[in-house]
Structures are given as C-alpha cells and as structure tokens.
Design a protein around this ligand. Structure first.
Ligand code: ZN
Length: 512
C-alpha cells in the first residue's frame, strides 16, 4: 500500500472516531440534530430513499433521528422491507403520527377540545400507530414525537407520557413551527423537552438546487460560529423528508390538499423524479453532511441524546433554600408587572415550578412542620381553563389562607397541574394571584422567622403570566398555511390551551 493510502485510511478512521455524544462536555459543542420525517406510505421509492439515507449516515458514523409515521411502518412491514427497517434501526426512532395527513389531522380533531378530553383523544387516535412503530422497529421506546405539517396542539405534548404506558412515554418533541418557542433554543414545555421554533438555528440545503450547496455550507458554518461565539455551544436543527429525494410533489398534497379526504382505494402515488435527479441530490447531500462533520466543535446528536444533554436540574435536585429566597424576591419585585420563568444558576424554574415549590413550602410551614431543603418537585402541568377575574385587593386572614394553601397542595398532589382557581372560602382566586400571596407569606417567614399569622395576606395583584408571550398569535396562516388544512383553518381554542400551558415554559439548560 502506498503512503497516501495509509494516510487516507488514517484520516478516515479519525473522522469516524469523532465523538458522537458525551453529554458531560455538552456545553462546549454545537450540537446538530438531523431529523427525517419518514412519512410517504404511497410511493415505494421512498422506502429506498430512507434506506439509502440511513446507510450513508451510518457509513459516516453519524446517527440521525427518523420520525416514522405509523402507516409508513406498517407499509414497510407489509412490503417485506426488513432491509429498510434494519437500516433505520441504526438510528434513533421517533414518531410522526399515525396517518399524518388523513383528515381529521391532530389540530382538526383537537380544535374544539379542552385539556383532558384533548389528551385522551390524541392518545386514542395516535397511540396505536406509536405502538406499531415500536413493534415494527423493535424499539422499547420512541425518542420523540413531532406533528404532521402545522397540525400542532399542546394536548399532543401532554399526551406523550401516556403514549406507550410502560415504555416511559415519549420524552421529547422535535419539529419545526411557530406555535411556541423560546429564543430559538430548546425549551421545556408541558413536561417535555422541545426542539421547536428554532428560527435562525434551523437550516437546510435545497436538495435539488446545485447552486445552493456552497451557500448552504456557509449558512450552517455561520450559525455554528455564532452559537460558539455567543453561547459557547448550542443546537442546530436540520430536517428533511426521505421522500424529498424521490418525489416531484409531496405524497399528501397529491391526495389530501385543503381538506380533501379520498378513501384509501383512491389514494394516488405522487409523481417521481428521474433517477439522475435523485442521484445528484444524494451526492450533494453527502457533501453537505461531510462539510458539517468536518466543522470544529460541532457534532451530531439524536433526539435520544436530548434528555442527557438537557437534564431538568429542578426536577433532579429540587429547590435549595437560596433558590427559594431568590424566587420569592423576584416574584414580589415583579408582582406589579408579571410573573415569569426564572433561571438560577443551572436551574430553570417555570412559573408552574415556582407555584409547586412555594405551595409545598408554605403548606409545610403552616402545618407547623420544619421545612427541609431541597424542596422536591414532581412537575406540574399548567391550568386547564382560564382563571377567574382578579380580585380587588382583598385581605385574607391567615387561617383562611392556610386552609387555601393546604387545599392547593392536595390539588397539585392529586392532579399534577396548577389549579385553574383556588378557593378562599366561596371566592375563586386566580393561581397567579395566589402565587404572589404565597411568595409574600414565605418572605414574611424569612424576614421575621414567622408566618404572617396576625396580618394575613393580600390578594389581587393581577400579575400577568409573562411566558404567554412566547405563544403564537391566532392568525389565518398559523394552521391554515399547511396545504393539507383547509385554507384559513384556525384553532383559537388550541392557542388558548397553549397559553395556559405557558406556566410550564422554561429554557432547557445544557448539563454543566
Ligand atoms: Zn410530516
């Protein structure tokens, strides 16, 4: 063998040895999550495209995330494509709904639901497909879910823990859209780790435009450079659909556009690209991926790596005495304007987390027991209906407030959600208002070494729940821009539920 060949092999080995994911050093890296919505169950060429993508990435030592539609998994099984299943199984397997674009889609059937009925309906309609994907791909659990098109709803996220009872549920939500987002970075919402609305940190190369290869390389390099410089690391989201390599038009647009819902017998395969076009797109994609792989301090991660990279320190460690003091001080300082998630060191507290720790703390103290630190949290969902209108600054005597706090603790222990209202006798109090009162009571205990037994507490601060600002406004485009939904389709109740769940929103912080 000639020297150049030795060198070539050595360089190849070094590239393959590039670390994939060692979460301990996560902060130092720009992570690239590469995900494929694997959904076309009509055009058989899509099976081969998915297989080739999986294999070309495996050959490069890269693991991607394939979010598989239930019907796609069943079709692969029916067609005897064990080779495709085996190729994808080298990667992380997520879920992408049962039938994707057959009406009603998730946003359509959840449009008029409340919380619990919406969660139950999502589990009923999508749970079977998730079980099929798990069985056909022989995976114990699915790493993530993401919605078809713009068919998003918070009830879908709330249902993920219930999909596949006994498998630990689905911990992550990976997709792209604008319904909820937090500074173009991963975040916690409705108890799941979300990579969503990544904005400028979401990029791609136009597969079928040869002129886009070099600009696409520059775009991804610029993002990695910015994240490295400004944040010391971060997350880049890149997504494709295997069918994009082989079709001229999306399989579902051919059949289900603007509410069309032909019966199964009439489903049409989409028009296919020439083999030359498909081959050229694979070649360019290989070059694009090789460019990313060669970048310094950049590595590929899967949705399965996310819980390790972004642990929830509040859930794992609980709230320290110093944290509780800081939370209280900030709540009281901001009471006039609003309440927000709080980041203290490597711990991020959603408003729901703050509600939970303060309810536990004040209920414990008011029972005459010693408060032990750290205060543990189990995690709460947001309220499931709008709060009552704020009171007029009423003063509540201590015994009444104590009993209200005990009842609130019982509620969160039983329901695992922030109550939509707490009761002070016959009066319903908004949970945000009650949270400020809890903070005042705890602050009194800290300052005076006793609870405000003589003074009582004041209700009626009317604080705004500020994370609601991160929920999209209801526009005809938000759901209606997806060609599968009817033109101008709107789902205001979904956004109302989304705003209530803003109580659970907080940044996902990289493991230190
Ligand atoms: Zn899709």
């Amino acid at each position: 063998m000639r020297l150049e060949v030795h060198l070539f092999v050595l360089i190849g080995l070094l590239l393959l040895m590039k670390p994939c994911c060692s979460p301990g050093a996560a902060a130092a890296y720009v992570n690239v999550i590469l995900w494929f919505d694997t959904e076309d169950y009509l055009l058989p060429a899509d099976d081969d495209a998915a297989k080739r993508l999986a294999e070309m990435l495996t050959a490069r030592g890269i693991r991607a995330t394939f979010k598989v539609v239930g019907e796609k998994a069943r079709v692969l099984e029916r067609r005897g494509r064990r080779d495709v299943i085996a190729a994808l199984d080298k990667h992380a397997i997520g879920y992408h709904s049962n039938l994707h674009s057959v009406h009603p889609t998730p946003s359509e059937y959840l449009a008029d639901c409340g919380w619990l009925d919406g969660v139950a309906e999502f589990v009923r309609r999508e749970g079977g497909g998730a079980a099929d994907v798990r069985r056909i791909f022989s995976v114990p659990a699915l790493v993530c879910y993401g919605q078809p098109g713009s068919s998003w709803a918070p009830q879908a996220i709330g249902a993920l823990k219930d999909i596949g009872i006994g498998t630990g549920g689905i911990p992550c939500y990976v997709d792209e859209g604008e319904h909820v987002g937090l500074d173009q970075k991963p975040f916690w919402y409705v108890g799941a780790l979300n990579v969503y609305h990544m904005g400028e940190n979401c990029t791609r190369m136009e597969l079928h435009d040869p002129a886009d290869l070099e600009p696409a390389k520059q775009r991804v390099s610029a993002i990695a450079e910015r994240l490295g410089r400004e944040e010391g690391g971060g997350m880049i989201s890149i997504f494709y659909h295997p069918c994009e390599w082989v079709h001229r038009e999306f399989w579902d647009a051919v059949n289900f556009s603007r509410g069309a819902n032909p019966p199964r017998e009439q489903w049409q395969v989409p028009p296919q690209r020439t083999p030359e076009e498909t081959e050229a797109a694979f070649q360019r994609f290989g070059q694009y991926i090789d460019h990313i792989r060669s970048m310094h301090k950049v590595r590929f991660v899967t949705a399965g790596d996310l819980p390790e990279i972004y642990p929830d320190a509040v859930r794992n460690e609980g709230a320290s005495e110093a944290d509780l003091a800081a939370i209280t001080a900030r709540l009281l300082a901001g009471a006039g304007s609003g309440i927000d998630f709080q980041v203290l060191g490597h711990r991020a507290y959603s408003v729901a987390d703050q509600f939970e720790v303060l309810t536990r703390a004040v209920a414990t103290l008011s029972a005459g027991e010693k408060l032990k630190f750290p205060v543990q949290t189990k995690g709460l969902l947001g309220p499931d209906s709008s709060p009552p209108p704020p009171g007029q600054g009423t003063r509540l005597a201590w015994p009444a407030f104590r009993d209200t706090t005990r009842d609130a603790l019982d509620f969160i222990e039983t329901q695992r959600q922030v109550p939509s209202r707490v009761f002070a006798g016959a009066d319903a109090v908004a949970p945000a208002d009650f949270l400020i009162a809890l903070a005042a009571a705890y602050d009194s205990y800290r300052s005076n070494a006793r609870l405000p037994l003589g003074e009582g507490v004041t209700l009626g601060n009317k604080p705004e729940v500020l994370p609601e600002r991160h929920i999209a406004a209801d526009t005809p485009k938000l759901f209606g821009d997806w060609i599968i939904h009817k033109e101008g389709f709107r789902a205001p109740r979904i956004l109302e539920q989304a705003r209530l769940q803003a109580w659970t929103l907080k940044p996902a912080l990289v493991r230190q």
